[in-house]
Design a protein around this ligand. Structure first.
Ligand code: SF4
Ligand code: SF4
Length: 238
């Protein structure tokens, strides 16, 4: 086994052990919320956490801190067909539609149940259950992380995370695309080798590509000599 293979396995094991701690938050809120609706407000914590972290570290929340993202990687990935994610799920219009739809659904339920904490919390529980069922379906027939491309919090994170903790691509990329093969979001850092900075804000900063690269050209540490000190990671948004 090569050092690179060992490194990749180490990164995977570390991610999986962290995700094993957080994925249980999904059934806790989705199922527990049916019996104790007030638990639904925990979803607010997830929303605030994902957006707050995006302001400093990009979509790092989606790596292992998000219970649903962890659930997709741990529970759905082994039974997923792992097809290529259709570009439809990356369209800005589709992502904006999903964001508006879910905010509207929650807003209407809040309006109808205003003042009744259980009714308001159930708005979160219903949305979580519905979107998780869709995510599981897409995860099985296409790819575990399809939902993460249209998740409203992921979309907000994408917009907020421009230039935050970018992935740098040093010179020497061989174009082997082992980085893309290792990426849980089906992104391809090598597409940005001429820009020298990963330009896709859906990067969840998992480090899998860094571990997989045989040329060691990927890093989250900026080298001013090579990159001129100016991240250009906002060349592609949602
Ligand atoms: S580009 Fe690299 S760090 Fe970003 S999500 Fe893909 S594998 Fe993880
Ligand atoms: S794994 Fe490394 S060398 Fe291969 S395409 Fe990706 S960045 Fe380039």
């Amino acid at each position: 086994m090569t050092n690179k293979s060992k490194k990749l396995i180490e990164v995977k094991l570390k991610r999986t052990s962290l995700q094993a701690l957080t994925w249980v938050g999904l059934p806790l809120v989705a199922i527990g919320g049916l019996f104790k609706p007030i638990i639904g407000f925990l979803l607010l914590g997830c929303m605030i956490g994902s957006v707050g972290i995006a302001a400093f570290r990009g979509r790092a929340w989606c790596d292992w801190m998000c219970p649903r993202g962890s659930f997709f990687d741990i529970i759905i990935a082994p039974i997923s067909r792992r097809k290529s994610i259709p570009s439809f799920f990356r369209y800005t219009g589709v992502r904006i539609f999903m964001l508006m739809l879910i905010l509207t659904v929650i807003g209407v339920q809040f309006y109808l149940g205003w003042g009744d904490l259980n009714a308001m919390a159930m708005a979160f529980v219903r949305v979580l259950i519905t979107t998780t069922i869709i995510g599981i379906f897409l995860g099985i027939i296409i790819h575990p992380r399809v939902w993460c491309h249209i998740c409203p919090m992921g979309t907000l994170g994408n917009w907020i995370s421009k230039g935050k903790k970018p992935l740098y691509i040093d010179k020497g990329c061989a174009g082997c695309e082992l980085c893309a093969a290792a990426c849980p979001m089906q992104l391809n850092p090598s597409e940005y080798k001429f820009e020298k900075v990963m330009g896709d804000n859906d990067c969840i900063k998992c480090g899998s590509c860094v571990a997989a690269c045989p040329k060691r050209v990927l890093t989250f540490e900026q080298k001013k000599d090579d990159h001129g000190g100016t991240p250009i990671s906002d060349c592609k948004s949602a």
